[in-house]
Design a protein around this ligand. Structure first.
Ligand SMILES: *Cc1c(COP(=O)(O)O)cnc(C)c1O
Length: 345
């Protein structure tokens, strides 16, 4: 078995001890299926207390389902959803948001980074108002973004205000939500419903669990029928306790935030060691747990020859993502290899 640590993605990691422990504890006894068990209500309550809000909470298997079903809940089939051209819903979900909403179209803003601006939203939502165009109904932002950047609280508030004004819902893809909380040092409530976010998909997988993402509706009326939507989409786990118990472990122990802090620290640590190397630059500011490195193709080639695996799907730069289990010595080894590979001529 190849056990060498790679930073190709934050889903290369296994389960963190807190999630694993809770999974084992949940593996005891016979419990009511389909989410009617104690673990599931305890996990939902843990979210309600973390978010200081009586929100509706659902657990699904992965982020594609969470995003797609949440957006489908906000839209009719003739509606549209505004997103950035970098958005996971646009680039990496195989059309699932359109599929599960029976055709709600994604309206893509050609953004420079993965961040949507108020202007993007205004432009796309007001460019047409005739019957021939799919009527905008929602905006989706990713926090932190696919390019490892953060929306500040005031940017989220501004976007939310614009949404209100234009009759749009605001959805947040938080597949790395914990990393955003850790980086901004703000409460989950401040980052979401207090800022005007209507629905959040909170990622568990990249935060240190095996599987499961939580969908939180801060306006409970929006969750009407969502249970049926999940079931129909094949997202209602019959042994739901195994999706929900790890959340109890993560939230009650504080591991969700510790894991994210550690991952962010690793990204900063790599970034600090490579900025200033000749021919090496950062494509995006390092604000969460990802580092996007721009370098000549031969530098990338040498780095691969050193055994490092990484994606170059965003503008040709090498992406490194850190998870709860990132070993600082390995981060330093990567930094040292980048230094060596970029200094050969
Ligand atoms: C990983 C990720 C998801 C979820 O992806 P799945 O593979 O469907 O779990 C959603 N949004 C973003 C931005 C992601 O990086």
């Amino acid at each position: 078995m190849n056990t060498r640590q790679q930073f190709t993605s934050d889903n290369y990691a296994g389960m963190c001890p807190e999630a694993w422990q809770a999974m084992m504890q949940a593996n005891v006894g016979s419990l009511i299926p389909y989410g009617e068990d104690e673990w599931t209500s305890r996990a939902a309550d843990a979210f309600r207390s973390l978010f200081e809000k009586e929100c509706e909470v659902f657990f699904v298997f992965n982020g594609t389902a969470a995003n797609s079903l949440a957006l489908a809940a906000l839209c009719q089939s003739y509606n549209s959803v505004i997103c950035s051209s970098y958005a996971h819903v646009e680039t990496d979900e195989c059309g699932a948001p359109e599929f599960f909403s029976n055709g709600s179209k994604l309206l893509v803003a050609r953004t420079e980074s993965a961040k949507l601006t108020e202007q993007d939203v205004r432009l796309l939502s007001t460019c047409r108002s005739d019957i021939h165009y799919p009527k905008p109904r929602a905006v989706t932002i990713t926090q932190p973004t696919e390019t490892g950047e953060l929306y500040s609280l005031s940017e989220i508030r501004t976007l939310a205000q614009t949404c209100r004004e234009l009759g749009l819902y605001l959805h947040m893809d938080g597949s790395r939500f914990a990393n955003a909380c850790a980086a901004l040092g703000c409460t989950p409530a401040d980052m979401t419903w207090r800022a005007g976010v209507d629905v959040l998909c909170f990622g568990g997988t990249k935060n240190g669990m095996a599987v499961s993402e939580a969908v939180l509706f801060f306006d409970r009326a929006l969750a009407d029928g969502f249970d049926y939507r999940c079931k129909q989409a094949g997202q209602l786990a019959s042994k739901m306790r195994f999706l929900s118990a790890p959340w109890v472990g993560m939230l009650e122990s504080g591991a969700w935030l510790r894991n994210a802090r550690h991952a962010n620290t690793c990204a900063r640590r790599l970034a600090e060691q490579v900025v200033g190397l000749p021919g090496v630059s950062l494509m995006f500011p390092v604000q969460a747990n990802g580092v996007f490195i721009h370098a000549e193709a031969d530098v990338m080639e040498r780095l691969r020859a050193c055994g490092w695996r990484f994606y170059t799907f965003i503008g040709g730069c090498a992406r490194f993502m850190f998870a709860w289990d990132a070993d600082l010595a390995e981060v330093d080894r990567l930094a040292a290899d980048i230094q060596v590979c970029s200094s050969v001529h």
